[in-house]
Design a binder for this molecule. Structure first.
Ligand code: FAD
Length: 308
């Protein structure tokens, strides 16, 4: 068996692998797509000490760093189930290809994916004005008019955040009322450069081939269709953790995030988790990497306490 078997090869999994391998223990990474969400990222400007890089470059650096320590990378492999043998403490991860991999400890770092609106133009203009991350991309829209889609806490927080950076924000909510906490709604309503549209459905993202130019939406009360010229669209309708295959094994939150303690320990002994798939707030590369390092150190602690 592996001493540490890591499921997921994004920033969290790569950091966990480097930290584990540097302890001189047998480390493997199983990943559907090594690199993770970073592969879909254009520009990264908030990884401390790296002024600017792009996603593919960052992902290649993650892989080079991981390989440098002789970590066994099993790429293009999807985990489908996890189980723990009570008697031996060994954890088995089964893959879609039929393999069964064993770990004395396991670190889950399967990440998450942004929920998309599913309207015409959204995929086409992804990274060309359509974005899912205000912390990442807010500063790229300085001086522009943008939309935020979604009136839950993350949408309203994003609108408040962006209002301080961009020229103007229009928030779109499908329901007749916002779902965000009252204190956030009050803050949003107090801002001079924010409009709030409720009971509206976005039906299309418009663009000129290179960049987003606007949005089409339908007023659900009057059935009238409107167009609004915009330079950017921030979609904030949910982040879905990749944890379906874990249902019934480790404890998950209401939204499917893996519940972890301060050391990344899950509800199953010897099974740790890190990054966007967990309850740890603020889904960012630097946070995922830090959590991955923590989970590896916690797994190592577990090994030296449980092995003969
Ligand atoms: P992920 O990067 O999601 O990696 C998950 C890994 O698990 C992948 O290898 C995946 O293939 C694998 N996996 C999933 N399910 C399974 C399974 N069942 N079996 C095996 N493997 C599995 N953050 C920033 O800090 N700065 C930015 O500028 C920035 N820009 C972003 C731009 C975009 C377009 C996106 C989508 C995100 C951006 N983020 C940014 C967020 C950042 O990418 C994530 O917070 C970070 O990648 C999370 O790392 P992670 O390792 O937890 O998960």
């Amino acid at each position: 068996p592996f001493d540490v078997l890591i499921v997921g090869g994004g920033p969290a999994g790569a950091a966990a692998a480097v930290y584990a391998a540097r302890k001189g223990i047998r480390t493997g990474v199983l990943a559907e797509r090594f690199g993770g969400q970073v592969l879909d990222t254009m520009s990264i400007e908030n990884y401390i000490s790296v002024l600017e890089t792009d996603g593919p470059k960052f992902a290649a650096a993650l892989e080079a760093h991981t390989r440098h320590y002789g970590v066994d990378i099993m790429n293009l492999q999807k985990a489908e189930s996890l189980s723990r043998d009570e008697a031996t403490g060994l954890v088995t991860v089964k893959t879609a290809s039929g393999a069964a991999l064993k770990g004395r400890t396991v670190i889950l770092s399967t990440g998450a994916r942004w929920r998309s609106m599913g309207v015409p133009g959204e995929q086409e203009y992804r990274n060309k004005g359509v974005t899912y991350c205000p912390h990442c991309d807010g500063p790229l829209f300085r001086g522009k008019r943008v939309a935020v889609i979604g009136g839950g806490n993350s949408g309203v927080e994003a609108a408040i955040d962006l209002a301080g950076v961009v020229e103007h924000v229009t928030l779109f909510e499908f329901m007749p009322t916002l779902r965000a906490d009252a204190v956030l709604q009050r803050k949003l309503e107090s801002l001079p450069n924010v409009d709030i549209l409720k009971n509206v459905q976005v039906t299309e993202v418009q663009g000129n081939g290179a960049q987003v130019t606007g949005i089409v939406y339908r007023d659900r009360a009057t059935e009238q269709v409107h167009e609004l010229a915009l330079g950017g669209v921030f979609v904030q309708i949910g982040l879905v953790p990749n944890t379906d295959f874990l249902k019934g094994t480790v404890n998950l939150s209401r939204t499917g995030e893996i519940e972890v303690d301060a050391r990344g320990q899950t509800s199953l002994p010897g099974v740790f988790a890190a990054g966007d798939c967990t309850t740890v707030p603020y889904k960012q590369i630097i946070i995922a990497a830090g959590e991955g390092a923590k989970a590896a150190l916690a797994a190592f602690d577990h090994l030296i306490r449980t092995s003969a």
